[in-house]
Design a protein around this ligand. Sequence first.
Ligand SMILES: Nc1nc2c(ncn2[C@@H]2O[C@H](COP(=O)(O)OP(=O)(O)OP(=O)(O)O)[C@@H](O)[C@H]2O)c(=O)[nH]1
Length: 760
Amino acid sequence: MQRVKNVDYDEDELYDDDEEYGADPEESYSQEDRDNFAALIPVVRAELEEAGSRASNKEIQNALWNYYWDVGKSDAEASAAAADGEKQEKPKSKFDQAAERSARDIADDFEDAASMLLSMAWFRDVPWILPPGRQDYLVPATPISRPRLLGGSSKLAKLAEERRKKAAAASAEGSVANGALSSLDRLTKPKDFKENEAPSAVAEPRKYPVRKKREPTPPPAEESPPPPPAEPEQEKPDLRASPTAFARTLSASPNQDILPAATTLSELLGSGQSEDPFQGPSPDDTLISHLYNTGPTKPKQTANGLTKKTEALKLDSAPPQPKLRSKGLDVPKLWAEEKAKRKPSAAFVVVGHVDHGKSTLMGRLLLDVGAVSQRDIDKYQRQASELGKASFALAWVMDTSTEERERGVTFDFAQHHFSTPKADFTILDAPGHRDFVPNMIGGASMADMAVLVVDANQLDSGMKGQTREHILLAKAVGLKKVVVAVNKLDAARPAWSQQLFESVQIDIRKLLAESGFADEDIKFVPCSGLSGANVVNQPKASSPAAWVPKAHFTLLQTLERSIPPTKPTTQETIKQPLRMQIIDVFRGSVTNPLSVAGRISSGNVQNGDVVTTQPSGEKAAIKGLEVSDEPREFAVAGQICTLHLSEIEAQHLRSGDVLCSSQHPVRVARGFTALIELLDSLLPQPVDVHLGRLHAPGTISQLIETVDGRGEQLKRRPRLLKAGQRARVRISFEEGVPLAVGEKIVVRSAGVTAAYGTVE
Ligand SMILES: Nc1nc2c(ncn2[C@@H]2O[C@H](COP(=O)(O)OP(=O)(O)OP(=O)(O)O)[C@@H](O)[C@H]2O)c(=O)[nH]1
């Protein structure tokens, strides 16, 4: 509408030939005109017939009239009119032209809106809130600009283009080659694509967000047990989490059902478009208020304390009776006794800019230590080649979801365990793309140390992008040790340039020092994930990398030497009340229908225990537990484990919630004071607060003071906090959040990390 109004025209130009509009032209011809028609129509007809064209008298008459008796032009005009078989249209007024333009614009807008909704659908799996500043990346202006969906990655642009070509080729053959119902497909699918079409073997439609599912190597066909009888399809409860590696270990089938996200962008924003897009709350507001309002049932606070008493009664009410009774093991004692048998262990998060080779390097590490078979890699190689992504075969060990594989981009962190004769490791492979930073924070918060992967040939892109941000976030979540894998040296010019390695080392060391990492905690490893040189095996003496073994350990040796020493407090921590943030909630198997995964931060847990989840306050029984994919009797602080639960409904559990001791439940707070380090300016303003996997919208409600390095006050009640300052602030939430003193937090605003600090 607006565009029609803005068209500039004069009133008297609305109709060019207004006075003639609707009049019968026959009546307005003079005798002279009629004589001219009588003389010239036969001439034009003869010329037309000579040229093999036919036209009616009326068409010839109109042409002669329009061209002022010019026989040549009239020939062409009448011939064209005859060929079209259409009546000559009256010239359009500017009003009509404007209306047509407007109709076209509206159609375009409609197409844009449809494209926007499709793009929302594409990201419906994303389990965290999309920061307002990033949402424009999710809303392509036209379908052609879809590669912007992931922040303008050229890789995605290329993929989308290839995908379009592939879809067109497939449709020409009368079938859709790739039946995946991924959102990208939905955006690019040919018109005749059928939503319910059976999927191909390579890419399967996904009903629910798939986080990380390891695909167990299928046994040979003849040995396959008969498939279990199909369970009746049930409505899946809404949850924001989906499985990681833990889920895979519990599932009999790699295609297990996974609980859907409770909050999807498209659900929140709705499928309809309001007539006035500015009427009512903005999509961001809707999203945030939904997150506030649809969480699990939380104890309501009332002034008279009635609810508190009710809650107290509830806590005292009879706990669920686990089918499996606790053996009452003295876990701290058993743990201390097993000490001599245990190898050193560590979980490391793999961070770095997108495409710098994190997943490939981890795939190579797992292959060369024997945690993944060559047969699996060969299978991935074949499948990846079919998708035109052969170079990603090793990355597929970590990137297990269909969409990650199709796009060649990691979305969420993946876990994998492996052991060497010297140590046990858990890999937490984080996504490098900036849109998935919240998932990177979730992974990093479970780690003991970081492996920073840097593409030696693309240092600048990383310095401007997530290399820098991931270093800061690793520091923010409290990691001290960093192994820097200077990767892709095989692709350097010249290959394995020692000079290039050293210049990268200088720049990264400087960046790490600026971020507060001590020099003795930083180790550099020159390597190539793709070729495998210096990952587990040293490069050959005859290769251009022959200089490497003389001065550097392999990546594996460096990891083994970097395991942080066990803290002397660990034994004490094990005796404290249980606390474990839930990283994932998932449907395990028929025997374990509801499981959660996470890292125990304090205390211990054993089979048969009854625990409380916060903020729901619901109780659950532990019917089984696993550590490093192995069933165990108990798990202790520091271990990443899977707990199989009973006596609780799935809707009371979300990733980011806390599982804790029923006697000493974790406090649920609606506000807290934090000591923060500023990376960007902050005012009292709305922010996103990250506590490990938990991501809650909050508000900086008060700037209490700025402090110096020793924590002493510099200025009371500042109006603004600037980058580089240290400050004490009050942060509030509209709903209660499970919190503990000393927890690390990351504060982000508009998709940018603005501060990090500690809960006081
Ligand atoms: N030449 C060369 N290419 C590599 C190497 N490592 C990875 N690549 C290629 O780099 C591309 C990206 O690799 P990924 O492992 O997916 O990168 P990533 O850092 O995990 O990417 P995200 O997880 O999406 O952030 C793939 O095409 C790999 O084949 C290497 O050592 N040498």
